[in-house]
Design a protein around this ligand. Structure first.
Ligand code: F6P
Length: 408
């Protein structure tokens, strides 16, 4: 028997399922008997909760539907694999289950924390003479994995952000100056501002773009922010500002905490960051008397498969396929990366890299791509991000809404 298993971990994206599709197709091409999926990542696997993807993907119609289905088809988890020294039984269990199902290789889609799981399992296998292979499949809307040019999931989320901001700006411009609204839009991305920076892509020949972009890479100064709003309000009839959920003041406090109590913390110690747009709106209203509106893109931005980028979908499928090719060749302890091989026309290829240099490392936006004085992004950033949002794959509509592939 030649079997392989794939799991999804961390926050979903609108193209993570395309990676599962890519894994399945390539594994079947290479003659794997069973392509299993973990239900709810490694946490579900530990409870022997797996499905056979043949039950879903052996017909082309479902395969195409999966590529248009947002979120994690297999179910995800935020599970921190303990260190072997602290909990040897968990490792014993994982390898027993791999042996029970005759699984040669385990692929894991995820971001920084999930790559740590791949690292720990591949290290354990090497050190203990186990033959199973482990490979990372990159996925995160946050775009903060190092080495890879970008991460599957980012382009689609960026496309949603650029499109929605353009629509918000259009709406906000409807009234004249006497009804000026300060609209503050909060965007995900934790400690890296890649997604918030995508607000810059709203600007084109028929849209003047957002008035300011506040990134976690730049210390947030409340006085500077209020002065900027007041200055803009002197001349403009519409103000739209993009802020990252992760902006912090000089003393290391998250802006979302300025107006609220302690945040919930997940298994990796990450605080839940949300509410900075409403916190800032309250402050602006109090300090200036201006009308404000807080918009939190929240889940919408990472689940918007109706607006996914075709470039992103294709790359997500390609990284899944490449991971299968690699483990099939006997490689382990690595992650698939995306390399930009041509700027114009944009072209990318997959490559691989040692997981030890990737797990737990967060890639921030280079300083030279941020115009800190004007709170905007530079042309270099636009050149980097624009190709990633290009192309569409329309949903399959049923009764007026997109239809999805779901587990039975
Ligand atoms: O890591 C992806 C991400 O979407 C972050 O951008 C965000 O801060 C976080 O997940 C939200 O986590 P949750 O879905 O657990 O609230």
């Amino acid at each position: 028997m030649k079997n392989i298993i794939v799991g999804q971990s961390g926050g979903p994206t609108s193209v993570i399922n395309s990676s599962i599709a890519g894994v399945y197709k390539k594994a079947k091409e290479l003659g794997y008997d069973h392509v299993y999926g973990m239900v709810n990542g490694i946490e579900g696997f530990l409870n022997d909760n797996i499905i056979d993807l043949d039950d879903y993907l052996s017909n082309d119609e479902n395969y195409e539907l999966l590529k248009r289905t947002p979120s994690a088809f297999l179910g995800s988890c935020r599970y921190k694999l303990p260190k072997f020294e602290d909990d040897p039984d968990t490792y014993k269990k994982i390898f027993e289950l791999l042996e029970k199902h005759e699984i040669e290789s385990l692929l894991y889609t995820g971001g920084n924390d999930s790559m740590d799981t791949v690292k720990m399992l591949s290290d354990y296998a090497k050190e203990n003479g186990k033959s199973q292979k482990f490979f990372g499949v990159p996925k995160t809307i946050d775009n903060d994995l190092p080495i890879t040019d970008h991460c599957p999931g980012y382009g689609s989320c960026a496309k949603y952000i650029a499109t929605s901001l353009k629509e918000i700006i259009r709406d906000n411009e409807s009234f004249n100056k006497s009804r000026l609204t300060v609209c503050i839009v909060e965007i995900m991305g934790r400690h890296a501002g890649w997604l918030t920076a995508a607000a810059a892509l709203a600007k084109d020949d028929n849209c003047s773009g957002v008035d300011a972009i506040y990134l976690p890479e730049d210390t947030f100064d409340l006085d500077e922010f209020l002065n900027r709003v007041k200055t803009l309000a002197e001349t403009k009839s519409s103000i739209v500002i993009a802020v990252s959920e992760g902006i912090q003041t000089a003393d290391g406090k998250f802006v979302c905490e300025l107006g609220a109590d302690d945040r919930a913390v997940d298994a990796f110690g990450h605080k839940q960051l949300s509410g900075c747009a409403s916190t800032l709106c309250n402050i602006v209203a109090k300090e200036t008397g201006l009308k404000t509106r807080a918009i939190e893109f929240s889940t919408l931005q990472r689940a918007a498969s109706h607006l996914a980028s075709l470039t992103d979908i294709n790359e997500a499928e390609a990284v899944g396929a490449r991971a299968v090719e690699e483990v099939n060749k006997g490689n382990t302890g690595m992650m698939v990366t995306i390399q930009r091989v041509s700027e114009d026309p944009y072209k990318s290829e997959t490559d691989v890299y040692d997981i030890h240099d990737i797990a737990n490392v967060e890639k921030k936006i280079p300083d030279e791509w941020i115009d800190k004085e004007n709170k905007q992004m530079t042309e270099e950033f636009i050149k980097y991000a624009r190709p990633l949002i290009i192309g569409e794959l329309l949903p399959i509509f049923k009764d007026g809404v997109p239809t999805h592939l779901v587990r039975k």
